[in-house]
Design a protein around this ligand. Sequence first.
Ligand SMILES: Nc1ncnc2c1ncn2[C@@H]1O[C@H](COP(=O)(O)OP(=O)(O)OP(=O)(O)O)[C@@H](O)[C@H]1O
Length: 260
Amino acid sequence: MTVIQAERLRKVYGESVAVADVSFTVEEGESVAIVGESGSGKTTVARMLLGLETPTSGTITVCGRARGAGRVSSKERRRRAREIQIVFQDPYSSLDKLQRIGDVISTSLSLHFSLTPAELRRRTLDLLESVGLAERHAALLPRQLSGGQRQRVAIARAIAVEPRVLVLDEAVAALDVSIQAQILNLLADLRAPGGMSYVFISHDLAVVNQISDTAIVMHRGAVVERGPTADLLRDPQEDYTRALLAAVPRPGWKPSRRIT
Ligand SMILES: Nc1ncnc2c1ncn2[C@@H]1O[C@H](COP(=O)(O)OP(=O)(O)OP(=O)(O)O)[C@@H](O)[C@H]1O
């Protein structure tokens, strides 16, 4: 089953074209990576998938239903939340400063599932544990955690909903290597047949290689190359993809550096 169908997505801000006629599909259980340097339009694609940004033109179908613009009921919002969730690179602004970590997760759970208080607590602690956090973290506020820990809370909150599609926008980039490996393993487990699909946005091609089946390379808003991730990394066909690959291992490489 196709869980996401994006067709000729376009987003224009004034004179500048952030996304130019981008089309792709994501199948159930598939992991699709979107790679490209900073400013290539990846985040704008992600925001459109979530309905946080309205495409200038083009269509998005999520789980078989077209996502239109306009206001939706809270019931419909809840339903959409079960279809697609996003984790951003810096989730600090998306966490309520006054809400304890345990409550962040349990609020997300109780919105979508009817659980007894004991089940809610058990599930909350299991989710925290799955992202490498402990019971003691449940009582803390976001500001009492490190950036990487907050990132993991945002991942746990998104996973709690058991969405059909999880969009990760540079969501593991800032984590240290061992935690990153734990999260990537967790994501791989959750993909099990019939499980979650991912749209994995990253400039880190090593991570992309681990987590995705298919990769889409974006440059200046457009798709320049796509294919099975392993093939694309091993034998890139486009100069831009080759430059992107060649740019990675050098010391001092920054995703924001322009490739010309
Ligand atoms: N709200 C906005 N208003 C005006 N221009 C925008 C807006 N959002 C994005 N852009 C522009 O659209 C282009 C694509 O940005 P986008 O954030 O999608 O790229 P990206 O590949 O995700 O980069 P990064 O990795 O830095 O997030 C950029 O030139 C950016 O400046």
